[in-house]
Design a protein around this ligand. Structure first.
Ligand code: RNT
Ligand code: ZN
Length: 417
């Protein structure tokens, strides 16, 4: 008997249908972040590199993508290692600027045409992000909430440009482009006035989002944060700030798994948010003691998250984006591990004995509910996962290491630093 049949029987004995789980998993579309391939570098002239943005990439593994062609090649390789059909999340600094200096307040859809063509060819819908960091006007730690009006206006204009670009992408690809806005604004030291910058941010967002676009083209999301490097004492765009703003303006919240207290459960927040928001955007990341953006692995936090989405029945209204950047290892391999881990966690969520668990839950039988979940932990999830990889024509976990190492030898290691 083949491995999948064995697994299928094990699950069937618990009233779980593995074929249905695989069908559900095939429909999942994750949004892969373009910035793992080059350590959030982008293609502005001169190349800005990550600085002054409250975030940090560590490591110097050779082979990072240096040009748009290399980045696309790496992405294509990454997609070939990830089962299913997925999206790409671009940052504004990744435009095709053709060696021209184009400042952030003048970018337009024309700078993303080659991306749109590439994406259409690859059948990969695009999502988008404004880049409010790695820029001289962000160096003192404030952008949309900056005390200087001219600097606020510069960033408001950048935000407007990004919304225009996102709308154009969505229109062309026939799938709404998710536009996420994250700003680094905050301070390392304790400020006296916490209110005024938040008031300025509120007003800036109002101006930035004045223009309304069809929901079929683009949808706004606002990303909350608790602290960052250099903004340990105060972050203007806190969770409470954006919860209030997003609820009132009927836009999406973006929850990044690294943007909360280390023991705070993001999974627990979802059921509350689903009651008040049409949609949620997630940045699946892995904080290690701080917002360190480690590569996502199949751990309890991730499993809690995917189980919660599935248990709530809110897969449709939850956009799952990835957000990590690790330069200490093969960057394409990092994409594969991160995305595959999220898919595995979703598979585990689909393979729960839902009706029995719900029954014990309703009866408040805490022991039986716990015992059944413990039993599930030892079911042959890996065999079902292998089947998914086989059916999707991508390497199994066992084959993955060799695939990535070959790519490193043949392609990435030939790139000069
Ligand atoms: C930063 C946010 C944000 C960035 C990207 C590059 O803390 O998580 O999403 O990681 O915009
Ligand atoms: Zn994020």
């Amino acid at each position: 008997m083949n491995q999948y049949q064995i697994a299928k029987d094990c699950y069937a004995a618990m009233d779980i249908n593995t074929d249905d789980a695989l069908t559900a998993l095939k429909k999942i579309s994750l949004s892969l972040h373009c910035w793992q391939a080059d350590d959030v570098g982008g293609f502005e002239q001169p190349i800005s590199g990550l600085d002054g943005g409250g975030i940090q990439v560590t490591g110097n593994h050779p082979g990072k993508a240096r040009t748009m062609e290399e980045l696309r090649l790496d992405l294509e390789k990454a997609y070939s290692l990830i089962p299913g059909n997925h999206r790409l999340n671009l940052h504004a600094i990744y435009g095709d600027f053709a060696s021209q200096k184009v400042d952030r307040n003048t970018i337009g859809p024309q700078h993303f045409l080659s991306w749109m063509d590439w994406a259409a060819e690859q059948k990969i819908p695009l999502d988008f992000n404004g880049t409010f960091f790695s820029h001289p006007y962000a160096n003192d730690g404030f952008t949309l909430s900056h005390p200087k009006k001219s600097i606020r206006e510069f960033w408001i204009e950048h935000g407007r440009c990004c919304r225009r670009i996102a709308a154009e992408m969505g229109k062309r690809q026939n799938s709404p482009c998710q536009l996420n806005t994250w700003i680094p604004d905050g301070s390392k030291e304790v400020p006296i006035n916490r209110l005024i910058p938040r008031e300025r941010l509120k007003n800036s967002l109002d101006s930035m989002m004045e223009e309304s676009y069809s929901q079929q083209w683009m949808r706004d999301a606002l990303e909350t944060k608790l602290f960052g490097i250099g903004s340990e004492s105060y972050v203007v765009g806190s969770h409470e700030f954006y919860m209030g703003y997003a609820a009132r303006h009927d836009v999406k919240l973006c929850l990044d798994m690294g943007h909360f207290h280390p023991t705070e459960s993001i999974a627990d927040k979802l059921s509350s948010l689903y009651l008040f928001f049409q949609e949620i955007l997630l940045h699946v990341s892995r904080p290690v003691r701080w917002d360190s953006d480690h590569v996502v692995i199949l751990n309890d936090e991730l499993l809690d998250l995917t189980r919660e989405i599935v248990r709530c029945g809110h897969l449709q209204s939850t956009h799952i984006g990835l957000d990590f950047f690790d330069a200490t290892m093969n960057r394409v391999g990092a994409y594969a591990i991160g995305a595959r881990s999220v898919l595995k966690a979703l598979l585990a969520a689909f393979l729960e004995p839902k009706s029995q668990l719900k029954e014990w839950d309703a009866e408040n039988n805490a022991f039986a509910r716990m015992a059944l979940q413990e039993q599930c932990k030892l079911l042959p999830l890996g065999m079902v996962w292998d089947q998914f990889c086989l059916e999707s024509n991508v390497p199994t976990d066992k084959q993955l290491i060799g695939e990535v190492m070959d790519y490193e030898t043949l392609v990435q290691s030939r790139r000069q630093a």
